[in-house]
Ligand binder design. Structure first.
Ligand SMILES: Cc1cc2nc3c(=O)[nH]c(=O)nc-3n(C[C@H](O)[C@H](O)[C@H](O)COP(=O)(O)O)c2cc1C
Length: 320
């Protein structure tokens, strides 16, 4: 099963699937497993310092010869130094998130690094296209982690209408049916986050994986709205406390947030950890290997397209 799109060609990958950059979760081990299986693995640099990022890049280079990406969030205070590291280490792909990376695109492209950017609005997407970005990842509010306010369904329709560069759909994609749906909207690839947490190769604490398996589609909540940085997380005692504190004591809420994803990822701590995950957690039923997950996603995508093609086929009627 092979599909060729501008995204598979741009990134030199077999499957049109990108691992969403995930702070803590996006380790070299998980990213390498995803790249080795034919998609694009991504190191989530989150709040890493330049030295730590360099170590992680060296680690992934030992684990795969396939292309991989580094996700850099514009909120990281070391953005410029991180960019120097990815250039020096000749990282094939950089994916920017959480802000406007326009000033950095040209430098990376001059060094033959492919540049993608995650957006939740069409305006930023248009500006980034003008700045030379290779592809845009439209991320809808169903997704895990920090969110915008438009759904994937509407955002991708808009982006494929207004952009010439290829569009990748993110947010809520955990089945092959969803991949087929996004392609029907004009996307040429998808980005997946939550579903990769529930894989054997993901190094998250077992509690994190179990929370995802147990979650229904309404078991996430958006914390941080009142603090100006909304994030979708699984409902836990921590998220309940956060929602109360945001209103009553924003300073305390901010303090509680510090290191909270790490506490979920490493310790599986449901009272102090922030279990970031998207609504698609409610669609994840079992823990699979990365390879099995990717094969299943692609198989279901092809089957969905076949079924639809049959449903939509217009029967020729004889006129005589
Ligand atoms: C635990 C977690 C951490 C995330 N961290 C980041 C991040 O550091 N940078 C980023 O651009 N996006 C981040 N995201 C968003 C993902 O890259 C991806 O776009 C999103 O998970 C896709 O939606 P889904 O969760 O419905 O699959 C994170 C998502 C999760 C679940």
């Amino acid at each position: 099963m092979k599909i060729t799109t501008r995204i598979t060609e741009l990134l030199d990958i077999e499957y049109p699937i990108i691992e969403g950059g995930m702070a803590w979760v996006g380790t070299p081990k998980l990213a390498a497993a995803i790249s080795n299986a034919g998609a694009l693995g991504t190191i989530g640099s989150g709040n890493m310092t330049p030295d730590i990022l360099r170590e992680k890049i060296k680690e992934i280079k030992h684990l795969t010869n396939k292309p991989f990406a580094v996700n850099i969030i514009m909120l990281n205070p070391y953005v410029e130094e991180l960019i120097k590291v990815v250039i020096e280490e000749k990282v094939p792909v950089v994916i920017f998130g959480a802000g406007n990376p326009a000033p950095f695109i040209k430098d990376l492209k001059d060094k033959n690094i492919k540049v993608l950017a995650v957006v939740s609005s069409d305006n930023l997407a248009i500006r980034l296209e003008r700045s030379g970005v290779d592809a845009i990842i439209g991320e809808g509010m169903e997704c895990g982690g920090h969110i915008g306010d438009v759904t994937t369904l509407v955002l991708i329709q808009k982006l494929t209408e207004v952009l010439s560069v290829p569009v990748v759909a993110a947010g809520g994609i955990a089945t092959g049916r969803a991949i087929a749906a996004m392609f029907a909207l004009g996307a040429e690839g998808v980005q997946v986050g939550t579903a990769f947490i529930a894989t054997k190769e993901c190094e998250a604490h077992q509690n994190y994986k179990e929370r995802i398996l147990k979650a229904g589609i309404r078991d996430t909540v958006v914390t941080g709205v009142k603090l100006g940085h909304p994030a979708r997380v699984i409902k836990t005692p921590f998220s309940k406390k956060m929602l109360k504190l945001e209103t009553n004591s924003p300073e305390e809420a901010e303090e509680m947030l510090v290191g909270s994803l790490k506490k979920a990822f490493i310790n599986g701590d449901i009272s102090q950890g922030s279990f970031m995950a998207g609504q698609s957690a409610g669609l994840v039923k079992e823990i699979k290997s990365v390879d099995a997950l990717l094969k299943d996603l692609m198989k279901e995508a092809f089957e969905s397209v076949e079924k639809l093609t049959r449903k939509f086929s217009i029967k020729e009627t004889s006129k005589t």
